[in-house]
Ligand binder design. Structure first.
Ligand SMILES: Cc1ncc(COP(=O)(O)O)c(C=O)c1O
Length: 386
Protein backbone atom coordinates (compact mmCIF):
# COMPACT_ATOMS: atom_id res chain seq x y z
CA UNK A 1 0.00 0.00 0.00
CA UNK A 2 1.16 3.50 -0.75
CA UNK A 3 1.63 4.79 2.76
CA UNK A 4 4.45 7.22 3.41
CA UNK A 5 7.09 5.33 5.36
CA UNK A 6 7.49 8.05 7.97
CA UNK A 7 3.73 8.13 8.56
CA UNK A 8 3.58 4.34 8.74
CA UNK A 9 6.32 4.37 11.41
CA UNK A 10 4.37 6.63 13.76
CA UNK A 11 2.84 5.02 16.81
CA UNK A 12 -0.59 6.17 17.98
CA UNK A 13 -0.71 8.79 20.77
CA UNK A 14 0.11 6.78 23.91
CA UNK A 15 -1.59 9.20 26.31
CA UNK A 16 -4.87 8.90 24.43
CA UNK A 17 -4.43 5.12 24.18
CA UNK A 18 -3.90 4.77 27.93
CA UNK A 19 -6.79 7.12 28.63
CA UNK A 20 -9.06 5.03 26.39
CA UNK A 21 -7.86 1.84 28.06
CA UNK A 22 -8.78 3.10 31.55
CA UNK A 23 -11.91 5.10 30.69
CA UNK A 24 -14.13 2.04 30.63
CA UNK A 25 -13.28 1.05 34.21
CA UNK A 26 -16.35 1.52 36.35
CA UNK A 27 -16.12 4.33 38.90
CA UNK A 28 -12.59 5.31 37.86
CA UNK A 29 -11.47 8.83 38.75
CA UNK A 30 -9.55 10.21 35.80
CA UNK A 31 -6.51 12.38 36.34
CA UNK A 32 -5.09 11.56 32.93
CA UNK A 33 -5.55 14.40 30.48
CA UNK A 34 -4.14 17.90 30.31
CA UNK A 35 -7.58 19.35 29.92
CA UNK A 36 -8.55 22.34 32.12
CA UNK A 37 -11.77 21.66 34.04
CA UNK A 38 -12.88 25.32 33.88
CA UNK A 39 -15.43 26.65 31.43
CA UNK A 40 -14.61 29.42 28.96
CA UNK A 41 -15.16 32.89 30.53
CA UNK A 42 -18.50 34.47 29.60
CA UNK A 43 -17.04 37.60 27.97
CA UNK A 44 -14.92 35.37 25.73
CA UNK A 45 -17.94 33.33 24.67
CA UNK A 46 -19.85 36.54 23.94
CA UNK A 47 -17.04 37.76 21.66
CA UNK A 48 -17.15 34.49 19.71
CA UNK A 49 -20.94 34.68 19.40
CA UNK A 50 -20.75 38.32 18.26
CA UNK A 51 -18.36 37.26 15.49
CA UNK A 52 -20.87 34.71 14.21
CA UNK A 53 -23.69 37.23 14.41
CA UNK A 54 -21.62 39.79 12.51
CA UNK A 55 -21.35 37.26 9.68
CA UNK A 56 -17.61 36.90 9.94
CA UNK A 57 -17.96 33.84 7.79
CA UNK A 58 -15.26 34.36 5.18
CA UNK A 59 -11.63 33.31 5.12
CA UNK A 60 -9.56 35.26 7.60
CA UNK A 61 -6.06 36.48 6.70
CA UNK A 62 -3.70 33.48 6.76
CA UNK A 63 -1.67 34.95 9.62
CA UNK A 64 -4.85 35.38 11.68
CA UNK A 65 -7.32 38.23 12.19
CA UNK A 66 -5.76 41.64 12.75
CA UNK A 67 -7.64 41.94 16.05
CA UNK A 68 -6.12 38.72 17.37
CA UNK A 69 -2.61 39.55 16.19
CA UNK A 70 -2.93 42.91 17.96
CA UNK A 71 -4.11 41.09 21.10
CA UNK A 72 -1.16 38.66 20.87
CA UNK A 73 1.22 41.60 20.48
CA UNK A 74 -0.29 43.19 23.60
CA UNK A 75 -0.22 39.91 25.54
CA UNK A 76 3.45 39.15 24.81
CA UNK A 77 4.52 42.70 25.64
CA UNK A 78 2.38 43.09 28.76
CA UNK A 79 3.16 39.69 30.31
CA UNK A 80 6.67 38.90 29.12
CA UNK A 81 8.17 42.16 27.85
CA UNK A 82 8.57 40.86 24.29
CA UNK A 83 7.55 42.82 21.21
CA UNK A 84 6.61 41.16 17.90
CA UNK A 85 5.62 42.87 14.68
CA UNK A 86 1.95 42.36 13.89
CA UNK A 87 2.52 42.03 10.13
CA UNK A 88 5.49 39.69 9.97
CA UNK A 89 6.28 38.08 13.32
CA UNK A 90 2.96 36.60 14.51
CA UNK A 91 1.06 33.63 13.05
CA UNK A 92 -2.20 32.36 14.51
CA UNK A 93 -2.29 28.54 14.48
CA UNK A 94 -4.80 25.82 15.29
CA UNK A 95 -3.55 25.33 18.82
CA UNK A 96 0.08 25.05 19.86
CA UNK A 97 -0.13 21.63 18.22
CA UNK A 98 -0.09 23.18 14.77
CA UNK A 99 2.76 25.42 15.88
CA UNK A 100 4.77 22.32 16.78
CA UNK A 101 4.10 20.84 13.34
CA UNK A 102 4.78 24.05 11.38
CA UNK A 103 8.03 24.90 13.12
CA UNK A 104 9.60 21.44 13.16
CA UNK A 105 8.61 20.92 9.53
CA UNK A 106 9.87 24.34 8.49
CA UNK A 107 13.22 24.12 10.28
CA UNK A 108 14.34 20.49 10.03
CA UNK A 109 16.20 19.02 7.10
CA UNK A 110 16.57 15.27 6.54
CA UNK A 111 19.06 13.90 9.03
CA UNK A 112 19.25 16.99 11.26
CA UNK A 113 19.71 16.33 14.95
CA UNK A 114 17.02 17.79 17.22
CA UNK A 115 17.68 18.02 20.93
CA UNK A 116 14.73 16.96 23.06
CA UNK A 117 15.04 17.11 26.84
CA UNK A 118 13.13 14.13 28.21
CA UNK A 119 10.79 13.05 29.67
CA UNK A 120 8.82 15.10 27.16
CA UNK A 121 5.34 15.84 25.84
CA UNK A 122 4.52 13.01 23.47
CA UNK A 123 3.59 15.20 20.50
CA UNK A 124 7.19 16.21 19.78
CA UNK A 125 8.87 12.97 18.80
CA UNK A 126 6.49 11.87 16.02
CA UNK A 127 6.49 15.37 14.56
CA UNK A 128 10.30 15.52 14.49
CA UNK A 129 10.44 12.08 12.87
CA UNK A 130 7.81 13.05 10.28
CA UNK A 131 10.00 15.99 9.34
CA UNK A 132 12.98 13.67 8.84
CA UNK A 133 14.85 14.79 11.95
CA UNK A 134 16.80 12.53 14.29
CA UNK A 135 16.00 12.99 17.95
CA UNK A 136 18.77 13.45 20.50
CA UNK A 137 17.08 12.68 23.81
CA UNK A 138 18.71 14.21 26.87
CA UNK A 139 17.61 12.42 30.03
CA UNK A 140 16.95 15.14 32.62
CA UNK A 141 15.75 12.88 35.43
CA UNK A 142 19.04 13.34 37.32
CA UNK A 143 19.16 17.11 36.86
CA UNK A 144 15.82 18.07 38.37
CA UNK A 145 14.08 17.52 35.00
CA UNK A 146 15.83 20.59 33.60
CA UNK A 147 18.29 20.73 30.72
CA UNK A 148 21.61 22.01 32.05
CA UNK A 149 24.09 24.20 30.14
CA UNK A 150 26.61 21.34 30.46
CA UNK A 151 24.24 18.83 28.83
CA UNK A 152 23.51 21.32 26.06
CA UNK A 153 27.19 22.03 25.46
CA UNK A 154 27.95 18.29 25.39
CA UNK A 155 25.34 17.77 22.64
CA UNK A 156 26.76 20.68 20.63
CA UNK A 157 30.28 19.26 21.01
CA UNK A 158 29.10 15.81 19.93
CA UNK A 159 26.95 16.73 16.94
CA UNK A 160 28.39 20.06 15.77
CA UNK A 161 26.51 21.66 12.88
CA UNK A 162 24.20 18.63 12.58
CA UNK A 163 22.42 19.81 15.72
CA UNK A 164 20.10 22.44 14.27
CA UNK A 165 17.17 22.65 16.64
CA UNK A 166 16.53 22.54 20.38
CA UNK A 167 13.07 22.09 21.85
CA UNK A 168 12.41 23.60 25.27
CA UNK A 169 9.06 23.23 27.00
CA UNK A 170 8.49 25.17 30.21
CA UNK A 171 6.53 25.04 32.39
CA UNK A 172 6.79 21.43 31.34
CA UNK A 173 4.44 18.65 30.51
CA UNK A 174 4.76 16.04 32.11
CA UNK A 175 6.73 17.34 35.12
CA UNK A 176 5.35 20.80 35.90
CA UNK A 177 8.96 21.92 36.35
CA UNK A 178 10.01 25.27 34.92
CA UNK A 179 13.21 27.28 34.45
CA UNK A 180 14.20 30.42 36.31
CA UNK A 181 15.34 33.46 34.33
CA UNK A 182 18.93 32.73 35.43
CA UNK A 183 18.74 29.15 34.17
CA UNK A 184 17.38 30.30 30.79
CA UNK A 185 20.06 32.95 30.53
CA UNK A 186 22.73 30.29 31.11
CA UNK A 187 21.27 28.10 28.34
CA UNK A 188 21.10 31.12 26.04
CA UNK A 189 24.80 31.81 26.69
CA UNK A 190 25.63 28.36 25.33
CA UNK A 191 23.42 28.84 22.25
CA UNK A 192 24.52 32.38 21.44
CA UNK A 193 26.62 32.47 18.29
CA UNK A 194 25.55 29.00 17.09
CA UNK A 195 23.18 28.32 14.19
CA UNK A 196 20.79 26.49 16.48
CA UNK A 197 17.11 27.48 16.55
CA UNK A 198 15.17 27.17 19.79
CA UNK A 199 11.52 26.19 19.66
CA UNK A 200 10.13 27.27 23.03
CA UNK A 201 6.77 25.66 23.80
CA UNK A 202 5.39 28.02 26.43
CA UNK A 203 1.75 26.93 26.31
CA UNK A 204 1.68 26.87 30.16
CA UNK A 205 3.30 30.31 30.56
CA UNK A 206 0.30 31.81 32.37
CA UNK A 207 0.27 28.97 34.88
CA UNK A 208 3.35 29.57 37.02
CA UNK A 209 3.06 29.54 40.80
CA UNK A 210 6.32 30.77 42.29
CA UNK A 211 7.75 33.37 39.94
CA UNK A 212 6.42 35.10 36.85
CA UNK A 213 7.24 33.29 33.63
CA UNK A 214 10.30 34.39 31.64
CA UNK A 215 10.93 33.36 28.05
CA UNK A 216 14.34 32.35 26.69
CA UNK A 217 13.51 34.79 23.87
CA UNK A 218 14.44 37.53 26.34
CA UNK A 219 18.06 36.34 26.14
CA UNK A 220 18.13 34.84 22.64
CA UNK A 221 15.63 36.82 20.55
CA UNK A 222 17.09 36.15 17.11
CA UNK A 223 17.21 32.36 17.53
CA UNK A 224 13.92 31.69 19.33
CA UNK A 225 10.38 31.03 18.18
CA UNK A 226 7.76 30.79 20.90
CA UNK A 227 4.67 28.59 20.70
CA UNK A 228 1.76 29.59 22.90
CA UNK A 229 -2.03 29.92 22.80
CA UNK A 230 -5.24 30.11 24.80
CA UNK A 231 -5.78 26.39 25.42
CA UNK A 232 -4.39 26.36 28.95
CA UNK A 233 -4.39 30.06 29.88
CA UNK A 234 -8.13 30.43 29.29
CA UNK A 235 -9.38 26.82 29.32
CA UNK A 236 -10.07 27.08 25.58
CA UNK A 237 -8.65 23.78 24.32
CA UNK A 238 -11.59 23.17 22.00
CA UNK A 239 -11.37 26.57 20.32
CA UNK A 240 -8.06 25.44 18.79
CA UNK A 241 -6.27 28.78 18.84
CA UNK A 242 -2.52 29.01 19.32
CA UNK A 243 0.24 31.18 17.92
CA UNK A 244 3.84 31.28 16.77
CA UNK A 245 5.90 34.41 17.45
CA UNK A 246 9.53 35.09 16.68
CA UNK A 247 11.83 36.97 14.34
CA UNK A 248 10.53 37.30 10.80
CA UNK A 249 13.19 35.02 9.29
CA UNK A 250 11.99 32.15 11.50
CA UNK A 251 8.26 32.85 11.55
CA UNK A 252 7.80 33.27 7.79
CA UNK A 253 8.99 29.74 6.82
CA UNK A 254 6.55 28.36 9.42
CA UNK A 255 3.85 30.60 7.91
CA UNK A 256 4.28 28.82 4.57
CA UNK A 257 3.44 25.49 6.20
CA UNK A 258 0.46 27.08 7.93
CA UNK A 259 -0.92 28.47 4.66
CA UNK A 260 -0.71 25.15 2.89
CA UNK A 261 -2.18 23.07 5.69
CA UNK A 262 -4.96 25.09 7.32
CA UNK A 263 -5.31 28.35 5.30
CA UNK A 264 -6.48 30.28 8.38
CA UNK A 265 -8.06 29.72 11.80
CA UNK A 266 -11.80 30.20 12.25
CA UNK A 267 -13.14 33.72 12.82
CA UNK A 268 -15.38 33.10 15.88
CA UNK A 269 -12.61 31.22 17.69
CA UNK A 270 -10.16 34.03 16.91
CA UNK A 271 -12.64 36.63 18.15
CA UNK A 272 -12.88 34.74 21.46
CA UNK A 273 -9.10 34.45 21.71
CA UNK A 274 -8.65 38.17 20.94
CA UNK A 275 -10.94 38.96 23.85
CA UNK A 276 -9.09 36.50 26.11
CA UNK A 277 -5.61 37.84 25.31
CA UNK A 278 -6.38 41.48 24.68
CA UNK A 279 -8.75 42.49 27.49
CA UNK A 280 -8.13 43.40 31.13
CA UNK A 281 -10.75 40.84 32.15
CA UNK A 282 -8.85 38.16 30.21
CA UNK A 283 -5.80 38.79 32.36
CA UNK A 284 -7.92 38.34 35.49
CA UNK A 285 -9.38 35.09 34.10
CA UNK A 286 -5.92 33.53 33.91
CA UNK A 287 -5.09 34.85 37.36
CA UNK A 288 -8.12 33.23 38.98
CA UNK A 289 -7.49 29.91 37.22
CA UNK A 290 -3.85 30.11 38.29
CA UNK A 291 -4.89 30.63 41.93
CA UNK A 292 -7.20 27.62 41.77
CA UNK A 293 -4.46 25.41 40.28
CA UNK A 294 -2.01 26.67 42.88
CA UNK A 295 -4.38 25.69 45.70
CA UNK A 296 -4.74 22.21 44.21
CA UNK A 297 -1.00 21.81 43.77
CA UNK A 298 -0.40 22.96 47.34
CA UNK A 299 -2.76 20.26 48.57
CA UNK A 300 -1.72 17.44 46.23
CA UNK A 301 2.08 17.59 46.32
CA UNK A 302 2.52 17.30 50.13
CA UNK A 303 -0.27 14.70 50.32
CA UNK A 304 1.46 12.49 47.76
CA UNK A 305 4.90 13.03 49.33
CA UNK A 306 3.40 11.84 52.62
CA UNK A 307 2.41 8.62 50.86
CA UNK A 308 6.04 8.08 49.82
CA UNK A 309 6.12 9.54 46.32
CA UNK A 310 9.18 11.60 45.41
CA UNK A 311 8.13 14.63 43.39
CA UNK A 312 10.20 17.28 41.62
CA UNK A 313 8.74 20.64 42.70
CA UNK A 314 6.12 21.58 40.10
CA UNK A 315 6.09 25.37 39.86
CA UNK A 316 3.95 25.52 36.75
CA UNK A 317 1.41 23.78 34.47
CA UNK A 318 -0.98 21.35 36.20
CA UNK A 319 0.95 18.12 36.48
CA UNK A 320 2.68 16.22 39.22
CA UNK A 321 5.36 13.77 38.14
CA UNK A 322 5.60 11.33 41.00
CA UNK A 323 8.19 8.58 41.47
CA UNK A 324 6.53 5.36 42.50
CA UNK A 325 7.79 4.50 46.02
CA UNK A 326 10.53 1.85 46.01
CA UNK A 327 8.40 -0.58 48.02
CA UNK A 328 5.94 -0.94 45.14
CA UNK A 329 5.90 -2.13 41.57
CA UNK A 330 8.57 -0.24 39.62
CA UNK A 331 7.12 -0.88 36.17
CA UNK A 332 5.11 2.31 35.84
CA UNK A 333 2.83 0.84 33.19
CA UNK A 334 1.85 -2.17 35.32
CA UNK A 335 1.47 0.10 38.36
CA UNK A 336 -0.80 2.51 36.48
CA UNK A 337 -3.00 -0.27 35.10
CA UNK A 338 -3.32 -1.75 38.56
CA UNK A 339 -4.03 1.64 40.15
CA UNK A 340 -6.79 2.25 37.60
CA UNK A 341 -8.36 -1.20 37.91
CA UNK A 342 -8.11 -1.82 41.64
CA UNK A 343 -7.48 1.66 43.05
CA UNK A 344 -9.94 3.36 40.66
CA UNK A 345 -7.61 6.27 39.90
CA UNK A 346 -6.36 6.71 36.35
CA UNK A 347 -3.00 8.43 35.79
CA UNK A 348 -0.49 8.27 32.93
CA UNK A 349 2.53 5.93 33.17
CA UNK A 350 5.76 7.97 33.06
CA UNK A 351 7.48 5.83 30.42
CA UNK A 352 5.00 7.19 27.87
CA UNK A 353 7.08 10.40 28.03
CA UNK A 354 10.31 8.68 26.94
CA UNK A 355 13.67 8.32 28.69
CA UNK A 356 13.75 9.42 32.31
CA UNK A 357 10.04 8.77 32.76
CA UNK A 358 10.35 5.14 33.79
CA UNK A 359 9.20 4.47 37.35
CA UNK A 360 7.07 7.63 37.48
CA UNK A 361 3.40 8.47 37.02
CA UNK A 362 1.94 11.74 35.74
CA UNK A 363 -1.05 13.03 37.64
CA UNK A 364 -3.03 15.91 36.19
CA UNK A 365 -4.53 18.27 38.77
CA UNK A 366 -6.79 19.97 36.28
CA UNK A 367 -9.57 18.52 38.44
CA UNK A 368 -11.60 19.84 41.38
CA UNK A 369 -10.16 19.84 44.90
CA UNK A 370 -12.88 17.36 45.90
CA UNK A 371 -11.72 14.98 43.18
CA UNK A 372 -8.13 15.36 44.35
CA UNK A 373 -9.08 14.62 47.98
CA UNK A 374 -10.88 11.52 46.80
CA UNK A 375 -7.93 10.50 44.59
CA UNK A 376 -5.46 10.78 47.47
CA UNK A 377 -7.77 8.68 49.65
CA UNK A 378 -8.00 6.02 46.97
CA UNK A 379 -4.26 6.01 46.24
CA UNK A 380 -3.54 5.70 49.96
CA UNK A 381 -5.91 2.70 50.27
CA UNK A 382 -4.43 1.16 47.15
CA UNK A 383 -0.87 1.40 48.47
CA UNK A 384 -1.89 -0.01 51.86
CA UNK A 385 -3.41 -3.06 50.22
CA UNK A 386 -0.73 -3.49 47.61
C1 LIG B 1 3.47 21.02 26.23
C2 LIG B 1 2.26 21.10 25.38
N1 LIG B 1 2.35 21.69 24.19
C3 LIG B 1 1.29 21.79 23.37
C4 LIG B 1 0.06 21.29 23.74
C5 LIG B 1 -1.09 21.39 22.79
O1 LIG B 1 -1.73 22.59 22.95
P1 LIG B 1 -2.99 22.99 22.02
O2 LIG B 1 -4.20 22.39 22.64
O3 LIG B 1 -3.01 24.48 22.05
O4 LIG B 1 -2.74 22.46 20.66
C6 LIG B 1 -0.08 20.66 24.97
C7 LIG B 1 -1.38 20.07 25.37
O5 LIG B 1 -1.50 19.30 26.27
C8 LIG B 1 1.05 20.56 25.81
O6 LIG B 1 0.98 19.97 27.01
Amino acid sequence: MGVNKRVAAIKPNAIRAFDDETSGIEGVLKLTLGEPDFTVPEHVKKAAIASIEADESHYAPAAGSVALRKAIHHFMLDRYGLSYDIDSEIIVTLGATEGIYDTFTAFINEGDKVLLPAPNFSMYDPTIELAGGEIVFVDTSDTGFLLTPEQLQAAIDEYGEKLTTVLLNYPANPTGVTYTAEQLSALADVLQGTNITVIADEIYSELTYNAPHTSIAKFLPEQTVILNGVSKSHAMTGYRIGFIVGPKQLVQPAAVLHQFTVTAASNPAMAGAAEALGSAQGKLDSKSMREAYRERRDYLVPALRKLGFEIPQPNGAFYVFAKIPAAYEQDDYAFSVDLAKRGKVAVIPGSVFNVGGEGYIRISYAASLDSLHEAVKRISNFLENY
